[in-house]
Design a protein around this ligand. Sequence first.
Ligand code: ATP
Length: 451
Amino acid sequence: MDSLVSLSKRRGFVYPASDIYGGLANSWDYGPLGSIMKENIKNEWLKEFVFSRDDMILIDSAIIQNSSVWDASGHLTKFSDPMVECLDCHKRFRADNLIEDKLGIDVDGRSAEEIDKIINENNIKCPITAGVLSQVKNFNLMFNTKLGPVDVSSDTVYLRPETCQGIFTNFDNIIKSTRLKLPFGVAQIGKSFRNEITPGNFIFRTLEFEQMEIEYFTKEDNADKDFEYWLNLFEEWYKKIGIKKENLKKVELNETQRAHYSKRTVDIYFNYPFGFKELQSFANRSDYDLTSHSNLSGKKLHYFDEESKTNIVPFVIEPSVGLGRLFLAILSNGYKEEIIGNDKRIVLSLSHRIAPYQLAIFPLIGKDEKINNISQNLYSNLRWKYRCTYDSTGSIGKRYRRQDEIGTPLCITIDNDSSIDNTVTIRDRDSMEQVRVNIDNINEYIDKCFL
Ligand code: ATP
């Protein structure tokens, strides 16, 4: 993990937020390479699950919604984690995590009283000072703020803790404006906010994060089948973007562990440097959200089923993944240290779909006019189709190492022979093999590498 954090800062993937002021605990900024990589992940997700399908659409709803949204969704009363405070150092901890660390039991879904009993019976103490812990209290994770200049309680609004509610509240608008037929899905990518008691592990658990969520509306009878379908689809996608199968595992949640709205939940865990932890969650949210919003708003959120000639409330299958957690999984999945001769080589084996740059173009001798012209021409042409970077400084060995570290799959070197026989050297990041390719065939060659 230290290597990933240090590489991220050194090469501009992720910086500590407010760095010049000593940072702000567990807040991170994405740097130049991190920002490109984040966009690449989003684009791959959109291509795979939205733009290549007729049954999917995309929306972008507001972060701050009418507070009734969080009343109907259950977040105002139920979105909390059990918290304890050390009576000596006054640090706060998630009681469920302390129990899991000490006893290996998952207490998700148990009441504060039950969790308190487990803490007392097993003599669980503060992990820092070994001091006595306070009684367990449920702590609501939603950030709130005031709307307008007057500081009165009626103006309290919340930063959304999940993006999907904006999809449910727009259900009727979407049906009317698109005339979509069941089954169909609505996708959204956007920021969510949670006042986590114990954020940490770099970008794994943060206070603000981006979610990529899909709400797939389907008939109740098809919900189980569609759940499996989406689970398989994502497993295939993870393979496609280069995540090794052995780094993923599925965890089925039992009834007490599931959120209040869920009829079935399967989490996908990734093998992070700190162990297997949740990357993504799949839930069958049933008709819970549409029904709750209908009841509270008085606006019917249903769908007219031509077959049965009745109004039905569809069930919803939700694959939801945090962008930061996927970003960290991809970094960790691709990070390798190798010894080559007397040198250490750091390589990020990123898929060409995700790597910030796909090609690096090197003029062997930066000051040679002929070499420079060919290199610049190639760079100007290739950058319209591929993500390219140009590096004319330092030895070729050093340039390769710089690109290996940021995951660039192919490096193209232009040398003296290039002006004679119109060929360049293309070097593969993972195998380090080099081949000579004619410039006229370069697109064809690259496309074959990027299948
Ligand atoms: P956890 O159990 O780890 O707190 P969760 O089950 O509460 O996560 P969900 O509500 O299912 O998470 O949210 C869907 C996805 O959003 C998660 O699988 C994760 O990828 C991401 N996510 C949730 N909370 C955070 C967070 N604080 N920081 C970064 N990503 C998050």
